[in-house]
Every structure is written in C-alpha cells, then in structure tokens.
Design a protein around this ligand. Sequence first.
Ligand code: GDP
Ligand code: MG
Length: 173
Amino acid sequence: MPPQETRVVVLGGGGVGKSALTVQFVRNVFVSTYDPTIEDTYRKPIVIDGQHCLVEILDTAGTEQFMALKELYMRSGQGFVLVFSLTQLGSVNELGPLREQIVRIKDKQVPIVLVGNKSDLKSERQVPREIGTNLSRAWGNVPYYEASARKRINVDEIFADIVRQCRVHEARN
Ligand code: GDP
Ligand code: MG
C-alpha cells in the first residue's frame, strides 16, 4: 500500500522563517540565506504513530499574483502551519487575516498549528509567550509551538502535530 499523503501549507509574513523551518524539517540543515521569493514544494516520508506517511509541504512566499492562486492552494491544503517571528511583534498581526481566509475556504475545524519561530534569538525577543497562547485560544485552542529553525527546536514536533491533526480530520470527514 502506498503511504498516505498529507498536504501541508506553510504560511506567514516575509522573513519569519517559513523556508528555514521547512528546509530544516525536510533536509536537516539550517539555510540562513534562502531566496524570499522562492515558493516550492517539498516531500518527506515520515512515520507517525507507526504509520508511514508522505508529507508534502508547500512553502509559500506570498508572491501570488492572483488571489485565485492563493485560494487554490488553500483549497488543496489539508493542514496549515501559521508562522510568526518571536522577534517581530508585527508578524503576529499578519496571521489573523490568513487564518480567516483559510477558515472561510476550508471550515472551522481545519487543522492548524501556530508557530512562534526564532526562539534562539532570546535577546531580540519582542513577543511574550502569552501572546501566542492567547492567539491559540482565540483560534479554538490550536497547538502553539515556540520553535527555532536554526537550533532545530520543535521542528519535527510541528510537522508531526499537523500531520496527526490531518489524520484525525480526514478520518472524521
Ligand atoms: P521566510 O521568508 O518566512 O521564508 O523566512 P526565511 O526562512 O527565508 O528566513 C528569514 C531570515 O530569518 C533568514 O535570514 C534566516 O536565516 C532567519 N531565520 C529563520 N529562522 C530562524 C531561526 O530559527 N533563528 C534565527 N536566528 N534566524 C532564523
Ligand atoms: Mg521563504
């Protein structure tokens, strides 16, 4: 039997570390200079709860020329990783509209994981943990992770969580 495929979309403002998290997860390296305009799809086979699974990740770059294109990938995505940077308070505010759009296109139960990235930059931190946990509560208790693509903290956990949520969601629908 071929492994079950799960389509995950990584979204968030520019420079928050979407590509760094994705590449760290898929290739086990920290890429510090990734072209911010590159939008690409990555695949990684993983085992979740003893089951083989192929994760397909769309690392978005916010460069869609047409709204329709964005709608298209939101429609085809099964789970969404919404990323902000712990070092940039403004990056939190970019996620609200994105989440609203996802919920409108999918449904309220859509699998989402909220991520505050760059936790290694402790002295540059602008976003206290409570802002993340409050947002997670406002979104119906979606899981919230503080992560570091650079130090590979919570990277596997984020993607395992979203794949697990997708499994549960697909089983219900
Ligand atoms: P994207 O636009 O969201 O895809 O962001 P990138 O992945 O291209 O990262 C933007 C910048 O932040 C790059 O210079 C990365 O090196 C840096 N960066 C990304 N993640 C981390 C992290 O966890 N820690 C640190 N210190 N820098 C990071
Ligand atoms: Mg990028």
